[in-house]
Design a protein around this ligand. Structure first.
Ligand SMILES: C[S@@+](CC[C@H](N)C(=O)[O-])C[C@H]1O[C@@H](n2cnc3c(N)ncnc32)[C@H](O)[C@@H]1O
Length: 207
């Protein structure tokens, strides 16, 4: 158990943490009155999701969705196997931090983990840990894959980045207990709407 407030566990292109105040102003005025379902069809790092879960106790149920399978695998792992995930992240963090000041070895380590991630052969929590590791250590927290769905972002220049934020993973895991986690096209989420549902859409921008 943890008393910490859940926050996004990833850096994500188009993350909305900076825009929460504007989004809050656009919410329906009576949102705090009744129980409601919250649906986020393009969840990404979930900046709005976590803010909603932390601020609206009358939010009865949430449904999140994204087309990125590896991202959704990570949400599901945090929800169901947080401690297993934390143990793997702790090892990755210790090993990576242990290479600080040895640039070549650090690079080798990053690219070997990227290669391992791209095999997609690790079991669920190992794959999720690699997803978080790459997000924390890559260039600018980018997620980019080639046509073969191989992650191809180069290493970033962070010194001792936080890879294992244990307290937040536990807080996120707790917060996700009332969240249904889906992977697919955004249209599928329409089936989960009831008579009091708030949708927040944040689709990708076309280049
Ligand atoms: C702008 S980002 C959302 C950012 C999010 N609001 C945040 O705070 O991190 C858009 C997301 O839509 C997802 N996406 C792209 N096409 C999709 C589709 N057809 N259906 C569902 N999700 C999709 C992407 O994987 C990406 O995570």
């Amino acid at each position: 158990m943890t008393d910490r407030i859940a926050k996004p566990f990833l850096k994500w292109a188009g993350g909305k943490t900076q825009l929460i105040n504007d989004i809050e102003k656009a919410l329906p005025k009576d949102i705090s009155n009744d129980k409601f379902t919250y649906i986020e069809p393009f969840v990404g790092s979930g900046a709005v999701l976590f803010w909603m879960l932390n601020n609206f106790p009358n939010l009865q149920k949430a449904v999140i969705n994204d087309i990125n399978r590896d991202l959704i695998n990570t949400y599901k792992t945090i929800a169901s196997r947080p401690n297993e995930l934390i143990s793997i992240l702790q090892i990755l963090q210790n090993e990576f931090h242990g290479l600080e000041g040895q640039d070549e070895e650090k690079k080798e380590y990053y690219y070997s983990k990227r290669e391992l991630y791209n095999t997609r052969k690790e079991e669920q929590s190992g794959q999720a840990a690699l997803f978080i590791f790459l997000n924390r250590t890559c260039f600018n927290g980018l997620y980019r894959v080639n046509r073969k769905n191989e992650y191809n972002v180069p290493m970033g220049a962070y010194k001792r980045p936080t890879i294992c934020d244990k307290e937040n993973i536990l807080a996120v895991s707790q917060a996700l207990q009332k969240v249904e986690i889906l992977c697919g096209d955004y249209e599928g989420t329409l089936n989960f709407a009831d008579n009091n549902t708030l949708f927040y859409f944040d689709p990708p921008y076309k280049p």
